[in-house]
Design a protein around this ligand. Structure first.
Ligand SMILES: Cc1cc2nc3c(=O)[nH]c(=O)nc-3n(C[C@H](O)[C@H](O)[C@H](O)COP(=O)(O)OP(=O)(O)OC[C@H]3O[C@@H](n4cnc5c(N)ncnc54)[C@H](O)[C@@H]3O)c2cc1C
Length: 425
């Protein structure tokens, strides 16, 4: 049963929401708190693979975070997520090779849970919050948020209204349209000019052995291209479903599971849009729909061998001869050249050549290039203060509000909103 008033209402149960809830209950045990999520279990990266990066700037939006601010909060994130850090080896060797050709490799503190074990982590976190008296409402969609002169709060599907002294909205990337609608109605200014567009590569461990030394190596190439979200061990490429198109993503199971000797990771190019095109979301939708059309309703995949020869991959030849392993996400074998904008493809291909020089193997003909992998970085609201407040009693945090790009950054963003709320109590 829901009460009709809570001191704080949190929309979402992802890492941003959890960061806020834990920080609030650490500091003020008497606060009444409601968390609402439309799903049964919080989704996204906490559930899939759950690799955690504990080094700035990974996962932090530079415009909202200084190194000092991130490093102040990362220990608090660590305290709650209790990561077991991965050992790294030979990082300097790879760094030297990279530097020689104008590429940098960041040395990041990382932990990896694995998709099979992340549910246990989520269950531990949720039971801890319940034990602290937080009321958690799952499988309920929040359809609106209010912050008027006389009341602030939310509407839950089925027209139930709940008032809240403060409201934190943390609906993640999939909550993009929901946030956009609220901001438009409330007249909250925002910008949406960044989008990351790229491909996901899948290959054998032999062709990318660096992952035995460094779980998720963060390479930064010229032209705004970087490696992102590397998975290995028992790794799989997956589909991220949206309304009008599908994107690809990837995850891996924990080390306890038998490996499939495959690796996957994304190569993304960051695009900063300027007049007259300003909406990263719109661009993502157009690109996603184009790929959807060309792929007959599915993402595309092409072997590097075919790409280099300028010919499309076909379903019949996809696993022939040199193409020794089967795709973990069998989508439409085709021609990326028809779907990826030329400039983006050129810069990604240049990055792949550099990567193959640093870690020889990735350009093996069997490597699969999946498209599209696109990260929409939200309608970044105009914040009124450093606590991510957007109006009198309303805060917006996490990937959906563009304050983070990963689990740890999202969790830290939630802490910052909680700090803002606690200052007013
Ligand atoms: C497949 C996949 C793998 C990933 N792997 C990693 C990884 O390994 N490491 C990493 O750092 N990051 C990873 N990410 C990114 C990571 O998931 C995000 O950075 C992080 O989860 C953002 O946290 P958040 O709290 O902002 O949003 P989310 O985690 O997306 O949580 C938002 C929550 O709000 C709920 N919600 C949305 N709208 C409503 C509504 N209207 N009413 C009620 N509830 C609502 C959603 O159901 C969701 O549970 C991955 C993402 C995906 C999709």
């Amino acid at each position: 049963m829901t009460s009709d008033y809570y001191d704080v209402i949190i929309v979402g149960t992802g890492p941003a929401a959890l960061g806020a809830a834990f920080h609030l209950t650490d500091a003020a045990t008497s606060l009444s708190i409601l968390m609402v999520d439309r799903d049964r279990i919080c989704s996204g990266g906490l559930l899939n693979d759950c690799k955690q990066n504990y080094s700035y700037p990974i996962g932090f939006a530079a415009e909202n975070w200084t190194r000092e601010e991130a490093e102040r909060l990362l220990p608090l994130v660590e305290e709650k997520l209790q990561p077991v850090f991965k050992e790294k080896q030979n990082v300097e060797v790879y760094q030297k090779r990279a530097e020689r050709i104008g590429v940098s490799l960041l040395d990041v503190r990382q932990a990896h849970v694995g998709t099979d074990r992340s549910r246990l982590l989520i269950q531990r976190l949720m039971s801890e919050l319940s034990a602290r008296g937080v009321h958690i409402l799952l499988e309920k969609e929040v359809t609106d948020v209010f912050d008027d002169a006389d009341w602030s709060g939310i509407t839950i599907a089925g027209a139930e209204k709940v008032r809240g002294g403060k409201v934190i909205v943390a609906p993640g990337r999939k909550g993009f349209s929901f946030l956009q609608r609220i901001m438009e109605r409330m007249g909250i200014g925002c910008i949406d000019n960044i989008v990351d567009v790229g491909i996901r590569l899948e290959t054998t461990l032999n062709n990318y052995p660096i992952v035995n030394d460094y779980y998720d190596p963060k390479f930064y190439f010229p032209d705004g291209v970087r490696t992102f979200c590397t998975n290995s061990g028992h790794a799989r490429v997956t589909i991220e479903r949206y309304h009008e198109f599908n994107l690809v993503n990837g995850h891996a199971f924990s080390e306890e599971q038998a490996g499939n000797n495959l690796v996957n990771f994304a190569l993304l190019k960051t695009i900063g849009l300027k007049d007259p095109v300003r909406s990263g979301q719109q661009m993502a939708v157009f690109l996603g729909r184009l790929a959807h059309e060309i792929g007959g309703g599915k993402p595309l995949m092409q072997r590097v061998g075919d790409f280099r020869m300028g010919k499309r991959s076909t379903a019949e030849t996809f696993n022939n001869d040199l193409y020794s392993f089967r795709p973990t996400c069998p989508v439409t074998a085709g021609d990326l050249g028809l779907a990826v904008p030329a400039k983006i493809m050129r810069h990604i291909w240049a990055a792949m050549k550099k990567l193959d020089t640093i870690v020889p193997g990735i350009l093996h003909p069997s490597t699969i290039m999946y498209y599209p992998e696109i990260k929409m970085y939200a309608n970044k609201p105009s914040f009124l203060d450093r606590y991510f407040r957007v109006s009198g009693h309303l805060y917006m945090v996490g990937d959906g509000a563009g304050t983070s790009r990963g689990i740890t950054g999202a969790w830290a963003s939630g802490i910052r909103a909680a700090e803002g709320i606690l200052r007013c109590m």
